[in-house]
Design a protein around this ligand. Sequence first.
Ligand SMILES: *[C@@H]1O[C@H](CO)[C@@H](O)[C@H](O)[C@H]1NC(C)=O
Ligand SMILES: *[C@@H]1O[C@H](CO)[C@@H](O)[C@H](O)[C@H]1NC(C)=O
Ligand SMILES: *[C@@H]1O[C@H](CO)[C@@H](O)[C@H](O)[C@H]1NC(C)=O
Ligand SMILES: *[C@@H]1O[C@H](CO)[C@@H](O)[C@H](O)[C@H]1NC(C)=O
Ligand SMILES: *[C@@H]1O[C@H](CO)[C@@H](O)[C@H](O)[C@H]1NC(C)=O
Length: 364
Amino acid sequence: MEPPPPYKVDRDDTLAPRWWDVRAWSKKKLALVAAGLAIAIVVLIVIIVEVTKNNKYPDYSKLNYALTDTYSGTGFFDNFDYFTGYDPAQGFVHYVPAAQADSPQYNLTYASSTSAVLKVDTSVNADTVPNASTGRFSVRIESKKQYSDGLFIFDVIHTPTGCGTWPALWLSDPANWPQNGEIDVMEAVNVVAANTENQMTLHTSPGCSMSVKRKETGKSLSNSCVNTTDANAGCGVHAGPSTFGSAFNSQGGGVVAMELRSEGIRMWQFARAGLPADIKSGSPDPSSWGVATADFPGTDCNVGNHFRNQSIIANIDLCGSWAGTPKIYGESCPGICTDYVANNNTAFADAYWEFGTFSVYKAT
Ligand SMILES: *[C@@H]1O[C@H](CO)[C@@H](O)[C@H](O)[C@H]1NC(C)=O
Ligand SMILES: *[C@@H]1O[C@H](CO)[C@@H](O)[C@H](O)[C@H]1NC(C)=O
Ligand SMILES: *[C@@H]1O[C@H](CO)[C@@H](O)[C@H](O)[C@H]1NC(C)=O
Ligand SMILES: *[C@@H]1O[C@H](CO)[C@@H](O)[C@H](O)[C@H]1NC(C)=O
Ligand SMILES: *[C@@H]1O[C@H](CO)[C@@H](O)[C@H](O)[C@H]1NC(C)=O
């Protein structure tokens, strides 16, 4: 009888290590796989952190506000200092002291029982005595009192218009800028278009970003509030059409509310016809106003550290480092900004602020 054929074993098929048998991997393969896993874990953690951060939002729960200061009536300007130094924004202006601003000859600041007017001079030209050949007379007022938090209600009846103008209603601590921050409540340049948009902006020292979750109706223009970014453009928000300029003025203006609290800074702009009843009655409650026009949450910006000792400031600059650059000025206005300002006194008749009452409230 023939012996049976020897039992054949295909060793390669049954006993060779499977690909998942880590014990059989070379050191190199092990190292590569370990490195890949580590990278995947890091990427996952970064994604989780980012998603969490992007969803983070401050708790703006209701605060109860009590009135602390009112700027109104014939004494409106009494609680402001008149800034008379060289313009820090390189404007083509000479900011005048209170005595000159109040004089019947110039009449650049004038308060009645119902409103306060702050104007650009319309009396001099390049060839008069005095003259406007090195800049036009204007006014910049800064509240003596400074604030580090609170709710500010600004009633604005008329915004300045015209070529070369750079009006602003803002808060800052100019002696400690940008360390103590700047909050621009109303600002625009070369206000010619009827539907001009108000721009609400923050300026800070390093460490204040708005690349975070925000709830606002306005359009964000930039996320870095830091003064060294983009030549100090700040983190601005456009408030929407006709929130500055002639269309805004023809409706009797409106009210801008700014809330400064550690959770963040929010601003609302209301047309005169749409004022919340609680503002009219003097018991403002931001938690009842709905989505803000501009929202600057403190998520990636320590508001308490970046914004301190803020004076309320109103001014009308002319030309300067924003309105006067050939590119910006040329977008809506003729010739060269400083020539226009020096030679065209009658063009500034509408370049005035008219304010109703400013009210400041503090959380109790
Ligand atoms: C000063 O200006 C105000 C507001 O525009 C005006 O009502 C007032 O008559 C002016 N006064 C003088 C002396 O021109
Ligand atoms: C403008 O006034 C200054 C004095 O304030 C004078 O020196 C200058 O010559 C004047 N310029 C013109 C063009 O009148
Ligand atoms: C930004 O602020 C710093 C001071 O912190 C200052 O030295 C610098 O000139 C400022 N830059 C601009 C563009 O404003
Ligand atoms: C704010 O102003 C007060 C009073 O002038 C001063 O004592 C304090 O140091 C200022 N704070 C900051 C952060 O500048
Ligand atoms: C003066 O302003 C008016 C508009 O108010 C403008 O039409 C005119 O061209 C300006 N004149 C000069 C010399 O710039």
